[in-house]
Ligand binder design. Structure first.
Ligand SMILES: [Zn+2]
Length: 280
């Protein structure tokens, strides 16, 4: 873990999403949790040095953000859709996959039950712990259920996977238009330090690059649609984006599969029937 500001500590160097905790005058708030159970257990020891954990906030529904929740006995807060997705998870399949992350994992996963959010919000909510204010804002894009978590007193925002900083962007269930809108919302925030979902710490200067890449992805798939390429053919042939950024830590070898998922999702998005715009 590295100290980012006076009271914010973050982890950006291990497999899974970036996560961090905030030390308040009345205990600790953890934002997202490790993907690997053994990392969650280590984090628990680390947090204990700073005080008592009070809450976990999850920024999105993907397993790399919430699998570790289960190793902490505190209430979890998230956007309502995150709760629904965690409750709908095939736990057996999830445990089988996570168990493959390392030799220590299977024994830690015995009797695994996800710690799903019990406090949820739709468009946003504010949590006050000690002297700290956590403002949660629904920002759909990477999925429909993303939230940005602003730690007001520290000038820090946990952006969720709406930002992949200099690592490959996953668009496997993204709505690219909402995503671009959410990047503009991030730009309008007062806070300047961004903890992205993946990649190193960044700031508002990266928003243009992230937005350009989403636009580029969209037009790349749109070209194939306009050429009359079928979905399967597009998924098979559109591989040019694979080399644009490295994959995040622990995702080696996953690039071709991720690119196929991205193409399939954007193809569906671009070809979905939509209400016709009114004639001006
Ligand atoms: Zn994600």
């Amino acid at each position: 873990m590295r100290q980012l500001t006076k009271n914010v500590f973050v982890e950006t160097q291990i497999r899974g999403c970036n996560h961090g905790f905030v030390v308040t005058s009345d205990g600790i708030v953890l934002i997202d949790t490790p993907h690997k159970p053994s990392d969650a257990v280590k984090l628990k020891t680390e947090i204990a040095k700073y005080g008592t954990l009070r809450y976990i906030i999850n920024t999105e529904p993907h397993g790399d953000h919430w699998t570790g929740n289960a190793f902490f006995d505190v209430p979890v807060i998230a956007q309502e859709g995150v709760r629904q997705r965690i409750l709908a998870t095939d736990v057996k399949a999830h445990v089988a996959r996570v168990g493959g992350f390392g030799p220590l994992e299977p024994s830690l996963l015995v009797g695994y039950r996800p710690n799903a959010p019990i406090i949820t919000f739709k468009s946003g909510m504010t949590l006050h712990v000690g002297e700290h204010t956590f403002e949660m804002i629904h920002m759909p894009g990477h999925t429909a259920f993303q939230a940005a978590i602003c730690v007001k007193e520290e000038g820090v925002v946990f952006t969720s996977d709406n930002i992949f900083h200099k690592v490959q962007t996953w668009l496997q269930e993204a709505n690219p238009d909402q995503w671009l809108d959410s990047l503009e919302l991030l730009r309008e925030l007062k806070e300047e330090i961004f903890v992205p979902g993946h990649g190193d710490i960044c700031g508002k200067s990266y928003l243009n690059e992230q937005a350009d890449f989403i636009r580029e992805w969209k037009s790349y798939v749109l070209q194939a649609v306009d050429l009359g390429m079928g979905r399967a053919e597009a998924v098979d042939r559109l591989t040019a984006m694979t080399q644009r950024y490295p994959m995040d830590i622990g995702q080696d070898g996953m690039a071709p599969g991720v690119m196929k998922m991205n193409v399939a999702n954007l193809y569906d998005f671009l070809t979905a029937p939509r209400a016709l715009a009114p004639v001006p």
